[in-house]
Ligand binder design. Structure first.
Ligand code: ZN
Length: 481
């Protein structure tokens, strides 16, 4: 084992209990986007105790913060992205593969952001310890990023210039496999469409009414026709926020629909959004209702920074995938068994795709990933999901790891993921993620050639400056999303 890895591994292993406890505390708070006050407070307290200076309320978001530690003068500025928000209705007992919510209907960490945040924090602390021990000049930062599951925060942070001084950024996400992420994620834009009509007796004088609900439904029909004429990876989703009341005998004077559209590239995303707006305007015209609309969220697409990712891959291979014991395999099998037949069929397909059809039965019995997947430079394959990490990658060189914290084929945003995010499987994954990120950062510090190449890579993507996909007047929708 190389000296730098030995240092990082020892520091993180020696402090593993403390990091696991912190991830368990944040798991138990399970706070929704922009409400992560206790989670942020615990992370901030840990940063201050480790000697970091902390700026709070960053980019006009109360639960957004940046911790910084500078050693010496000059040297690279780098950081780790941490998330800590939970998801609604996914409450579940820790480590339990039988559905048993702690509080039915309450939020839970069904995306593992309790592990994500603390894993990134541990990486920042380990990098700091190494800089001090080896007397290496530089500044390490922990970016506390709220609300990833809601309207996002990193696009607001990027717009405020939070990443402008960063030479490189590493982050990770809990997953069912271990690798440096090659695939891209698509850009997303969302907002509200409010139709206002005129109320009337639906039986007695319907000719006097103008139905906002009709307008919302026509908008939906229009978007259905639009779907045939979009790029394959584009998506239009919607949810009725207010259908104008519960009485069919009153013409609905108000209807509020939330739309989200996705597209591989931000430029195409904006075009698709404008087409949806045209459909909404048409619906308002047809029904003689008024339309008000606003963009409330948008994330850029994510592209892994190849020069950084190659360093990251080398480091991840040296750290190694999480090591599982028989108890972990048994637990993972119980989680796989807990999914419904449809989900299980899809898990089997995933196993066949990844390991080959002949391995399905064997992996099914021991469904934990114990190898490291390859990084594919220049990969142009897209995942259908979106993340606000995309905005960071347009602002500064950024690379994301995925580390196994769940059974193979696990369904994200599920009670099963909540349970695994506070289990021995989740904790082992978090510790591996922390080591891989810390090692990657301290290796990158010593590689000005990589930093230069990484910056060129970002320059080729952003043309010299981050451009936020949101209109300038859109502020973080705290309490409004
Ligand atoms: Zn997530």
């Amino acid at each position: 084992m190389k000296k730098d890895l030995a240092f990082i591994a020892k520091y993180i292993d020696d402090n593993a209990d403390k990091f696991i406890k912190l991830s368990q505390d944040i798991w138990s708070y399970a706070e929704l986007p922009f409400e992560e006050f206790k989670s942020a407070a615990d992370l901030i307290a840990a940063l201050k105790e480790a000697g970091f200076e902390v700026e709070e309320g960053v980019a006009d978001m109360p639960t957004c913060f940046v911790g910084s530690y500078t050693h010496g003068s000059g040297g690279p500025v780098f950081g780790f992205l941490g998330e800590y928000d939970a998801l609604d209705i996914l409450s579940q007992e820790a480590s339990n593969p039988e559905f048993n919510p702690i509080k039915p209907g309450a939020p839970g960490h069904g995306c593992g952001h309790n592990l994500l945040g603390v894993g990134a924090l541990a990486a920042a602390f380990a990098a700091k310890e190494y800089m001090v021990a080896e007397n290496k000049a530089g500044t390490v930062k922990f970016y506390g990023c709220p609300a990833e599951e809601g309207a996002g925060s990193k696009q607001f942070m990027a717009r405020a210039g939070v990443f402008d001084d960063a030479d490189f950024v590493y982050t990770w996400h809990p997953a069912d496999s271990t690798e440096v992420q090659s695939t891209r994620s698509v850009a997303i834009m969302g907002g509200n469409f409010l139709f206002k009509g005129i109320t009337a007796h639906a039986g007695g004088s319907p000719w006097l009414g103008r139905s906002a609900l009709d307008a919302a439904e026509l908008m939906s029909s229009g978007c259905n026709y639009l779907r045939e004429h979009m790029f394959d990876q584009e998506r239009i989703h919607y949810a009725y926020m207010d259908a104008g009341g519960t009485a069919p005998n009153i013409v609905q004077e108000r209807a509020l629909v939330k739309y989200e559209v996705r597209s591989p590239k931000v430029a195409d995303l904006k075009k698709l959004w404008e087409r949806v707006v045209k459909v909404a305007k048409g619906a308002a015209m047809m029904t003689e209702t008024n339309l008000e609309y606003e963009v409330t969220m948008a994330f850029s697409d994510y592209i892994s920074n190849d020069p950084l990712s190659l360093v990251a891959e080398e480091c991840l291979n040296e750290v190694g995938a999480p090591q599982w014991d028989e108890e972990d395999y048994k637990l993972a099998k119980a989680f796989v068994d807990s999914f419904n037949p449809n989900a299980q069929a899809s898990i089997r397909e995933k196993i066949a795709e990844r390991y080959g059809a002949d391995k399905v039965d064997a992996i099914w019995e021991r469904p934990l990933s114990s190898e490291i997947g390859p990084f594919i430079p220049g990969c142009t394959k897209y995942q259908s999901g979106s993340t606000d990490v995309g905005d960071v990658c347009y602002a500064a060189p950024t690379t994301q790891f995925r580390v196994a914290t769940t059974c193979i084929g696990n369904v994200g945003h599920s009670w099963q993921m909540t349970a695994q995010s506070n289990s021995s499987i989740g904790h082992k994954g978090m510790i591996v993620a922390a080591k891989a990120m810390a090692l990657s950062a301290i290796r990158t510090m010593d590689r000005p050639d990589v930093i230069e190449e990484a910056k060129k890579f970002t320059l080729a993507q952003n043309g010299g400056k981050y451009v936020c996909p949101l209109p300038d007047d859109v502020t973080p929708p705290i309490g409004r999303y």
